[in-house]
Design a protein around this ligand. Structure first.
Ligand code: 3PG
Length: 396
């Protein structure tokens, strides 16, 4: 159920769960994307005369108030971006919250302090959820990126008040459905990042769903090793060779083509500007470290994109933080962006490093959809249920 089903919100106290877990440096928000993405929902509820009461977590304060994890600076940043006042209450339950809610005019916006300052939040404690619910008539969840957590403000509350998905939650779910649940085929998944160990479930789920899978980044080294190739001093989880073989086997069974690098950029040091050469993956020197995919591999990825109608991307193809080892990721990202702009591809990307890499390539705007989610995007790629989403589904 979405805001469209919520009826007349005039005078209603709307508890709006948002994800404002934004990067901060020295008390200042350094990337406001998550705030910007929820502004349409805030504006829509306020315009309908609802009282907008923002609920959010910040950091991992472990159930106790921690000054450095207060949402106050985030409330100030939200006020600046919204262009109208955002009041702030020093607690999300109890008298401070109740008084601030009582003082809120129709169409006004209030942010309550970090829900994780209470241990009941992460425990999804029924009493804590009830205390939160006391300040609302309606619950709207716009925090897809926190939907993998079954916490009181993301899951419990949905059972206590009429519950609806906000516009950002809707946009994420629409994009993800286009990416994997009901995609235009063929679907190509691109999975990179440093370690296979963090993405085993994801790879296993994807090989059963997509038509082709590019494996890049440090994790490709484990697959090359499993295929009997030498990877020198590269990052490699040798103990996961069996897992890599099992994933390759499952891909054969499901007719999912796996594309591993065929050449690699190799250096002897892991640092920006380190001297480097390109080698075929059957000739990696013993003293070398694979830090990026080579030009031939990028061409193969581009060709796979040309064959695909949908691309789902998680994880960089090389050590993109260190130039020039960002070049494989940048070239592949630009190709995906240009196919998307030409209307030939639906491109959906997500996960912290991925968004940073696409921003670095200067193409994030050109993708069909960039998810603001980290862990929730990964769990969705793994095919796991997301409690915050499931709690919003109409039962029966
Ligand atoms: C995120 O930043 O991915 C979400 O806000 C969830 O945060 P968490 O990993 O601390 O639960």
């Amino acid at each position: 159920r979405t805001l469209d089903d919520a009826g007349d919100l005039k005078g209603q106290r709307v508890l709006l769960r948002v994800d404002l877990n934004v990067p901060m440096d020295d008390g200042r928000v350094t990337d406001a994307t998550r705030i910007e993405r929820v502004l349409p929902t805030i504006r829509e509820i306020a315009a309908a005369g609802g009282k907008v009461i923002l609920l959010a977590h910040f950091g991992r304060p472990k159930g106790k108030p921690v000054a450095s994890e207060s949402l106050k600076p985030v409330a100030e940043a939200t006020q600046g971006l919204l262009g109208s006042p955002v009041a702030f209450a020093s607690d999300c339950v109890g008298p401070a919250a109740a008084e601030a809610v009582a003082a809120l005019p129709d169409g006004g916006v209030l942010m309550l302090e970090n829900t994780r300052f209470h241990a009941g939040e992460e425990k999804n404690d029924a009493g804590f959820a009830k205390a939160l619910a006391e300040n609302g008539d309606v619950y709207v969840n716009d925090a897809f990126s926190a939907a993998h957590r079954a916490h009181a403000s993301t899951e419990g509350l949905a059972h206590l008040l009429p519950a609806y998905a906000g516009r950002q939650m809707q946009a994420e779910l629409d994009a993800l459905t286009k990416g994997l649940e009901a995609p235009t085929r063929p679907v190509l998944a691109i999975v990179g990042g440093s370690k296979v160990s963090t993405k085993i479930d994801l790879l296993e789920n994807l090989v059963g769903k997509v038509d082709a899978l590019v494996i890049g980044g440090g994790m490709a080294n484990t697959f090359l090793h499993a295929a009997g190739l030498g990877v020198g001093k590269s990052l490699c989880e040798k103990d996961l060779a069996g897992t890599a073989q099992r994933i390759m086997e499952r891909a054969r069974e499901t007719n999912c083509a796996i594309l591993l690098p065929v050449d690699a950029i190799v250096a002897e040091e892991f640092k920006a500007g380190a001297p480097h050469h390109t080698y075929g993956v059957d000739a990696i020197p013993e003293t070398g470290m694979i830090l990026d995919v080579g030009a031939q591999s990028v061409e193969r990825v581009a060709a796979a994109m040309n064959d695909a109608r949908t691309v789902v991307w998680n994880g960089p193809l090389g050590a993109f933080e260190f130039a020039p080892f960002d070049q494989g990721t940048v070239a592949a990202a630009r190709h995906a962006a240009s196919r998307t702009k030409a209307g030939q591809l639906v491109s959906v990307a997500g996960g912290g490093d991925t968004v940073a890499a696409l921003n670095h390539a200067g193409v994030a705007e050109d993708f069909t959809y960039i998810s603001t989610a980290g862990g929730a995007f990964l769990e969705w790629l793994e095919g796991k249920p997301l409690p915050g989403v499931d709690a919003l589904r109409v039962k029966g």
